[in-house]
Every structure is written in structure tokens, then in C-alpha cells.
Design a protein around this ligand. Sequence first.
Ligand SMILES: Cc1cc2nc3c(=O)[nH]c(=O)nc-3n(C[C@H](O)[C@H](O)[C@H](O)COP(=O)(O)OP(=O)(O)OC[C@H]3O[C@@H](n4cnc5c(N)ncnc54)[C@H](O)[C@@H]3O)c2cc1C
Length: 518
Amino acid sequence: MSSFIALPQGMNENTFTRAIKEYRALLGDRVRTDQASLQPYMRSSIADSGSRKPSAVVYPSTPADVQKIAKIAVKYRTPLWTYYGGENEGYGSATPATNGQIVLDMKNMKKVIEVDKELGYCLVEPGVTYGELQDYLKKNNINLWLDAPAASAGMSVVGNILERGAGYTPYSEDFLFSCGMEVVLADGSLLRTGMGGIPKSTSWQVFKWGFGPYVDGLFSQGNNGIVTKLGTWLMGAPPPGGYMPFCIKFPKVEMVGEIIKPLMFLRETQIVPNAAALVNAGWEAATIFSAKNGNGSFLRNGGSPLPVKKLMDSYRVGAWNLYGAVYGSPEQVALNWMYVSGTFKQAFGNKIQIITEKEAKGDPAFEYRKQLMMGGVTRQHPLDRWRAGGGSMKFCPTAAARPAECAKQVKVATEIVNRNGFDYLSEFSFFWRDARHVIDLRFNNGDAAERKRAMKCYDELVSAFIKNGWAINRTNPAFMAKVAKSYGPTMGRLNRTIKQALDPKNILAPGKSGINLV
Ligand SMILES: Cc1cc2nc3c(=O)[nH]c(=O)nc-3n(C[C@H](O)[C@H](O)[C@H](O)COP(=O)(O)OP(=O)(O)OC[C@H]3O[C@@H](n4cnc5c(N)ncnc54)[C@H](O)[C@@H]3O)c2cc1C
């Protein structure tokens, strides 16, 4: 019997023991292989998490540590799964894409290297969380906004940006606003992207493109390097009176298409400049429920899907709840708000309910969204209180932000999710031209039959969406290969060619985004 929890694929115990000895010579007790230390990296909200176990965890403290770790990894061929100790729940948590990878946990790399107040940017290490960066800004009296995802207090700024995650302020599309990376490549060399290669560069965090091919994308949602520093722009907070959040409640699920037409006009003209969120009744009810009941109780505990009407009546939510905001000078905000409210009144008359801070009167769902749209760091995610058992697999397709397409996605997804006995819980975020449709498949992870059903349901969603031409932009390790395949053989070949050139021994997160050399 092996003395390790798992071994890298194809490796024998002796070789792995020698590799661990060399890692220990470098890092001392920052190398762990025992059950208790590895337990956090086996905990996952996705339904098949037990099938992929890490073999060890190592904790670098500096980029130089990471360079030396990469060299040992190449020598012994021990794959490394980079992670920072964050959450990534719904997309696989900390569990590696294949069995036996060594988790490279970046949680000791916690430096906020620079925040530039004048031009509004920061440079951080991968262990810095949104909560820590927000505290840093407060402590140093810096009036810049983050663009934080939901429940971001313990999430890594670098992890979210590399996953091409999103927030809710006018910046929203976080990878677009990142600027300059430091990356350790598989051979242990250190690359600075963009302007970072110029000695004494003054513009690493202000100009993204550098010279020649733009390579930062190779390190996002990928497995071509280990990012040890990342720059990102931070939005200047508007002057007092320069931010006004709003909510519009719509009474019918079928209205989704009608909402999108006026909304996309307001988005494309930048009258509403942030990624407005269209939240369905279940997701919104969970926000209100969790604010009132806190930890310990759940909105529901199994059974057949909850009818939308019941949720609307019990929690006074819309079938759809649109959250957006206007920003700028106080004068601009007043004028733009007249335009936004007028546009929706003209389209829907008195069928809708328009809510601003005045009418919301401290409503917890409104408060939560108000925080998110000004980059505020929040802690608990409302859907955590949806049901016991903690299972969550986020299904994340992209739609062209056209009325008919979004309406059809809702119909197809609801049918599949309900037929499998689950609830349709969704949020659309409207970016520059696309609507990102996040469906959170919540299930009881303690129930084996339900786990199996959740896997089947997710698989059906992937197949049905691909068949309709709706690509999936982010998924958990159990479905990465299937999603990657949907992008076609030429893309698969290109990804493998790049991997072969940069990481021929296949040591960096094999299987991530379906890219693997075996
Ligand atoms: C309740 C809840 C709400 C969420 N809301 C949102 C939301 O609003 N918007 C959104 O986009 N996402 C959201 N997510 C998804 C996800 O948790 C976030 O995107 C999160 O920020 C991911 O970062 P992490 O700290 O969990 O990353 P990690 O798990 O540390 O990293 C995620 C992945 O990025 C890669 N990676 C991380 N660090 C490095 C590195 N240094 N070098 C190379 N690769 C690296 C790895 O492949 C890793 O698996 C939510 C998740 C939950 C649980």
C-alpha cells in the first residue's frame, strides 16, 4: 500500500519519494503529503470531486521558490496544479484536473507590491484576496474601486482575473482591465509580459500590449505558466452623488427577450456602463432568505423544482430582477437616470416595478447588489443557503445578447434542469456584446444518487448548448475536455502545440481547460 494519498499518473512510489525529498530540501515543512494537510484540496462542490486527489501540497513564498519548484517538477515529472487557497467553488474548487498532481498553493505570496493612486492601478501577488486589497485601499486612504466578483472576500484577485472572471462595476470584464504579468515558465525562467521586459520600464501597468504578439492570453484559463505577479487597473471612485444603483422587477419569465432590447441599447451607448445583472426569481429569493435567516437553515431541502410564482409571492421578487447603475458627475447621473427609467417605462408601462435606494429602504437584495456594482467585497453567496449538502456546479454559457437567443437559452436550460429534478437558478450579466448566462446547479452533495443525477444533468446542458451553437466559456475539471472539444480540432491542435513548446514535460496543470499532452 502506498504511503501517499495519491501518486502522479504513471509514477512509482520510489520516484515520488525522491521528488518529495528534493522539494523538502528546498522548502522544508512547506511541503505536505499527509491526509490532514491535503483534505482542503479534496473538498469540492462538484459532483465527482472524490475521483481526483492531490499527491502533495507545496507552499512557495517567492517567485524564486516557484522557479526552483518548476525545475524539480521537470526533473521528476511531478505535475503542479496552481491554486492560491481561494474558493473557485462551482468550477472545481481546489481539486486538480487529474489524479496525483501536486497542489502549488500560492497563499504565502501575499504582497500588494504597488498601488498607484495617480493612474489607478495595482500590482499584486497571487495570494492577495479581494478582502485584503480592499483593506489595503481603506488603510491607505486610496479612493479607488475594485471590480470584485460576488462573495469575493477570500478569493484571489489573480485567480479571478486568470479565470477570466467578472465583477459588476463599469470595468466588469476583468481580464480586459489586467495589465502586465510576471510568469514562471515550465523551464523555470521568468517572463514579464507587455512592457515588463524593458529594464526600468515606467509603463508595465499602464500599457497592455508591449511589442509583437500579445501573449498574456496564453496564461489565462490555461496551463502554460505560473503567474507570480499581475497588474490590474482600478476605477477612480466617482464624486459624491456620482453613483446611482437601480433595480427593475419584471412580472413574467417570458419577458426576458423584451427586457434585452432596451437594455442593450443602454449598454451599447454606455448610458448604463456596468455589466447589468438580470437575476431570476430563485436566485433573488435566496438573497433575501439568506439575509434574513443567516447560517444554519436552508430555503429548501429537496423535492421537485419550486414554482416561480410561489417564490415571487413568498419573497416579493420579480420573475426577473434587473440590477444596473448610472455613474459620473451628479448632474450626469440625474440626466441618465431620467433616460434609463423613461426607456423602461416606455417599453413596459406599469407592468414593472422600478426601485432606487429610496424605495428599497434597506432591502437586503438591493443592498447586496449596490455593494457589488461599486466594487464592494461581499462575503457569503446567497445561493449557499439554497439547500443543504453544498453541491454546486456552475454552468456558464455565453449568449449573443439578442432577445430571441437569450429567451431560447432560458427555455432549453429550464427544461433540462427541471426534468432532472433541480431548480433553474440563473443570472445573466450583460457585457459589451454578450450575455453571460450563469446557471448554478445546486444539489445535495451528500446524496450519491443526486450527485449522479447532477452529473447527468450538467452533461445534458453541455450537449444541448453546444448543439445550439452556444459556447461554454468556463467549466469545472470534470467537463473541461468535453467543452474544449466543442471548440474544434484545430483549436485543440494549436493548444497542444503551444503546450508542447512551452511545457514539453507536461508538468503545469495537465488537463486544465482540456489541454494535456498525454
Ligand atoms: C459564491 C461564489 C460566487 C462567485 N461569483 C463570481 C462572480 O461574480 N464572478 C466570477 O467571475 N466568478 C465568480 N465565482 C467563481 C470563482 O470563485 C471566482 O472567479 C474566483 O475569484 C476564482 O478565484 P479563486 O480565488 O477561487 O481562484 P483559484 O482557485 O486560486 O484559481 C482558479 C484557477 O485559476 C488558475 N490560477 C490561479 N492562480 C494562478 C496562478 N498564480 N498562475 C496560474 N494559474 C493560476 C488555476 O487554474 C486555478 O484553478 C464565484 C464563486 C462562488 C463560490
